[in-house]
Write a protein that binds this ligand. Structure first.
Ligand code: IMP
Ligand code: MG
Length: 198
């Protein structure tokens, strides 16, 4: 693999203009390594606790499945899995700033649970802010967030994400669960998507 000029998890300085749509930004193998590292950190925090992992659909499907498997291999098996659907984008690519809970978690009694909300990518942060507000009255033992990717230059809110896989510049990406108009989520690599107005 070619050597990069920047710190491995911080891709914010990557010259995305030089990449064509479909070109790899983060390779499958780098994704696997980082998922493992994140799981090791999570195991430290959640071992012996009743973790309620909540994946934001549909994009977080890939990362949440891989995290669960890694946690299990690390002996962390007191883990319940739930999903939630939130929309702030619709099918377009600009955030309205308003978050709608389309489908809530199925767990009827989340009180006293340690919740980790997982998303594929944090962009404006409206989604995490909306989900955090929604969970606030539920009496959780703890609430944390994990974004596999983060675009720091796009944030529109002040919200600290607890766990981040990779930081990337302002570029539309696809693969590893992420889509463009519902397509190409199955790419095992994270690639540059088509150039669209942001
Ligand atoms: P936020 O509320 O603006 O942080 O939006 C986060 C959501 O926007 C993610 O869960 C994705 O569904 C979507 N999103 C943001 N950037 C991208 C991208 O580059 N590719 C695919 N989906 C994205
Ligand atoms: Mg999403």
């Amino acid at each position: 693999m070619a050597t990069r000029q920047f710190e491995s998890r911080d891709f914010t300085q990557l010259d995305i203009e030089r990449l064509s749509p479909g070109e790899v930004i983060i390779h499958e193998e780098e994704i696997k390594e980082r998922v493992h590292e994140l799981a090791v950190d999570l195991a430290d925090e959640y071992r012996g606790k009743n973790l309620l992992l909540v994946g934001l659909m549909k994009g977080a499907n890939f990362i949440i499945k891989d995290l669960m498997v890694e946690l299990f291999k690390l002996g962390v098996d007191d883990v319940q899995f739930d999903t939630m659907s939130v929309s702030s984008y619709g099918d377009g690519t600009t955030s309205s700033g308003k978050v709608k809970i389309e489908q809530d978690i199925t767990e009827m009694h989340p009180e006293g649970r340690h919740m980790l909300v997982v998303d594929d990518i944090a962009d404006t942060l409206h989604t995490f802010v909306g989900v955090a507000e929604h969970m606030q009255p539920k009496g959780l033992a703890s609430f944390r967030t994990l974004a596999f990717l983060e675009k720091p230059s796009r944030h529109k809110a002040d919200f600290p994400i607890d766990y981040v896989g990779f930081k990337i510049p302002n570029v539309w990406v696809e693969g590893y669960g992420m889509d463009t108009k519902q397509l190409r989520r199955g790419n095992p690599n994270i690639v540059k998507g088509p150039t669209v107005p942001m």
